[in-house]
Ligand binder design. Sequence first.
Ligand SMILES: Nc1ncnc2c1ncn2[C@@H]1O[C@H](COP(=O)(O)OP(=O)(O)OP(=O)(O)O)[C@@H](O)[C@H]1O
Ligand SMILES: [Mg+2]
Length: 345
Amino acid sequence: MKKNVVFFEVRGGSDKGKDGYRPDTMPMVNALKAKGYDAEVIFFEIGKMDEIYNYVKNNAIAYVSRINPGNLKEENEYFDMLRKLCKDGIVPMPHPDAMIGYGAKDALVHLNDTPLVPKDTYAYYDMESFKANFPKTLAKGQRVLKQNRGSTGEGIWRVQLLHPLTKPVDSLPLDTEIKCTEAKDNHTEIRKLGEFMDFCHQYITGENGMLVDMTFLPRIVEGEIRLLMLYDKPVNVVHKKPASGGDNFSATLFSGAKYRYDDPSLWKGLVDTFLSEIPMIKQKLGNYDLPLIWTADFILDTDKDGKDKYVLGEINCSCVGFTSQLELAPKVADEIIAIINRAKK
Ligand SMILES: Nc1ncnc2c1ncn2[C@@H]1O[C@H](COP(=O)(O)OP(=O)(O)OP(=O)(O)O)[C@@H](O)[C@H]1O
Ligand SMILES: [Mg+2]
């Protein structure tokens, strides 16, 4: 049996260490070697795609994708190559369509008929549906609009009315004054609804363009809770508390949120509920095998009986790192081997 595991990376980008690799890549390569597997890193380059494809097809048993989508212009071509490798029987970590299914913001909409996500969560792929529905959802209460591309809070907007409604309405007029706060840095702008929706065209247009419209969860001020998952096991919890004050709502690091790292045993209720929901999540997001390393973020809400309830805010799975916990590398290698063994059974 072939025993070569290929790690795909791309040259450049702010996620690289001094050796030119992502800092958590070589620890995985070395841990696999220590366990009797061959492992190597291949830098994806569009000009060498055919050569790379043939080499991996003929020499590898599995691949691990370590490419941050923001660092790769030719993501579609890269995904097409991965799809071909999957068809050739190379074990995917993860399948490109799993990266899309779990990682895209509209994963929330695919889960809006489960307890994980509020029912009134919508995705817009064109301006017509956005302009038709958003004035209605905003009329019911504060919303968060999330673009799909970008990260660290860019194009993630908390939207609220500047002046509260004096009586309920079904839909808001386009000249309604709104307060828009961006998660990138918690800055707030006063805008008009119609003009702001036009401004959001940039998020909807082009490849993978979409906007997700979700209710604003005020308990975000208590923090966002990130589960770091190694396949089906939680290995770390990050509690991210937004900087206090004003309309601040962002749990992203550069906006000034404070991070605390906890052992998953301290979050037993959340962890147990989430683990029980994983089969359903998997089925709703396309039935692909779970990603090797991924995260799920939760925000507290209150259910109708006044009890705490966790709402899923997003999943990341394209290139989640464990650089701050490199001692996990042998465990990750064991998980890679287990995934290969299950796939090749
Ligand atoms: N429904 C919501 N209610 C309240 N706050 C929210 C909501 N959704 C998102 N946020 C806040 O906005 C921040 C950014 O949103 P989100 O994590 O979805 O976007 P992102 O830019 O993809 O972030 P990341 O860099 O973590 O991938 C969250 O960390 C959270 O603080
Ligand atoms: Mg996030």
